[in-house]
Design a protein around this ligand. Structure first.
Ligand SMILES: C[S@@+](CC[C@H](N)C(=O)[O-])C[C@H]1O[C@@H](n2cnc3c(N)ncnc32)[C@H](O)[C@@H]1O
Length: 301
């Protein structure tokens, strides 16, 4: 698809050309790193939904392994992309168990320190549908992340701040005590896109990573019966917010996170501020040099 004249006027489009970046999105990751120091101490990183590869370029240029040796970077996308030095490419689907296994093989069984995902579906222009599909892609990214990320690791993903965004925050908070939503300066104001920075990976006790999505399988009951313990509650909730398997007499972490949470979204002009009240945390909006931090959700229980 050709570039519109609007793209050509865009400063980040021009800077990307000058800097040899494959896409202007490189600046989003660079600015998120400036704000959150994402790259500190990272030796193994995964770039989900990586094509054409500007985030992988950023990772391969900026990460340093131990004693100056290059860090290991794995890039995954449905589409093939031109090779990049120091980046292993997997042409595959992030929803497939085989993709998680391939990443693990490349890291020789060691977990990643950082997983990033700039995934986006082909937008239809129907806002509700686009938001829904984007949310499903984010949850697929979270799901594969539970297979490859180390405890304490960081997950960064694109999010559309639609009307159901607070459900996504609750789903993410099951796995990360620290979830912050930020909009880098290079992300267009006219877009509802932002990024969640999720730190301190800490899955619920007893959670077993699985690629099963019982709610999307035709024989859903059968698939659900394969799961046990906390996974029987958490997987359906993460898959699509379903609480039907939720037993109010049990006290899984899910129960603590979801009950009593009251969230408000207000869209003002082209920017959105999310404020979260109640047990999930307090709303906060900070203007940083490179990133506007929209909300921070910290674990209070
Ligand atoms: C906005 S582009 C990513 C841009 C990239 N971060 C960069 O800086 O060059 C979104 C990508 O998500 C990929 N994608 C969407 N669904 C996917 C899936 N299920 N598995 C793997 N990749 C997927 C698309 O193929 C597309 O290349």
């Amino acid at each position: 698809m050709g570039r519109s004249s609007k793209d050509k006027r865009d400063i980040y489009y021009r800077l990307a050309k000058e800097g040899g970046w494959r896409a202007r999105s490189a600046f989003k990751l660079l600015q998120l790193d400036q704000r959150f120091q994402l790259f500190q101490g990272v030796r193994r990183a995964v770039d989900l939904c990586a094509a054409p590869g500007s985030w992988s370029q950023v990772l391969s240029r900026h990460l340093r392994g131990s004693e100056g040796s290059p860090a290991q970077v794995v890039a995954v996308d449905l589409q093939a992309m031109a090779p990049l030095p120091g980046v292993l490419q997997i042409q595959g689907d992030i929803t497939k168990a085989s993709t998680a296994q391939e990443i693990q093989r490349h890291f020789e069984g060691l977990p990643a320190d950082l997983v990033v995902c700039d995934g986006a579906p082909d937008v239809t222009g129907l806002h509700d549908l686009d938001e829904y599909i984007q949310a499903q892609l984010l949850l697929a990214a979270l799901n594969i992340t539970t297979h490859v990320l180390k405890r304490g690791g960081t997950f960064v993903a694109k999010i559309f701040r639609g009307k159901d965004v607070t459900l996504l925050y609750s789903q993410l908070r099951l796995f990360f005590p620290d979830v912050t939503c930020a909009k880098p300066r290079s992300s267009r104001n006219s877009s509802i896109e932002a990024f969640v920075v999720c730190r301190g990976y800490n899955p619920p006790e007893g959670f077993v990573p699985t690629m099963d999505n019982p709610l999307l399988e035709p024989e859903a009951g059968l698939a659900l019966s394969r799961l046990s313990g906390p996974s029987r509650v958490i997987v359906p909730f993460v898959a699509c917010g379903d609480l039907s398997a939720f037993d109010p007499d049990r006290t899984y972490p899910l129960q603590r996170s979801v009950q009593g949470a009251s969230c408000e979204d207000s869209v003002q002009g082209s920017t959105c501020e999310t404020s979260v009240q109640g047990p999930l945390g307090e709303g906060m909006s900070v203007q940083g040099p490179e990133c506007e931090e929209l909300s921070r959700l910290s674990l209070l229980d």
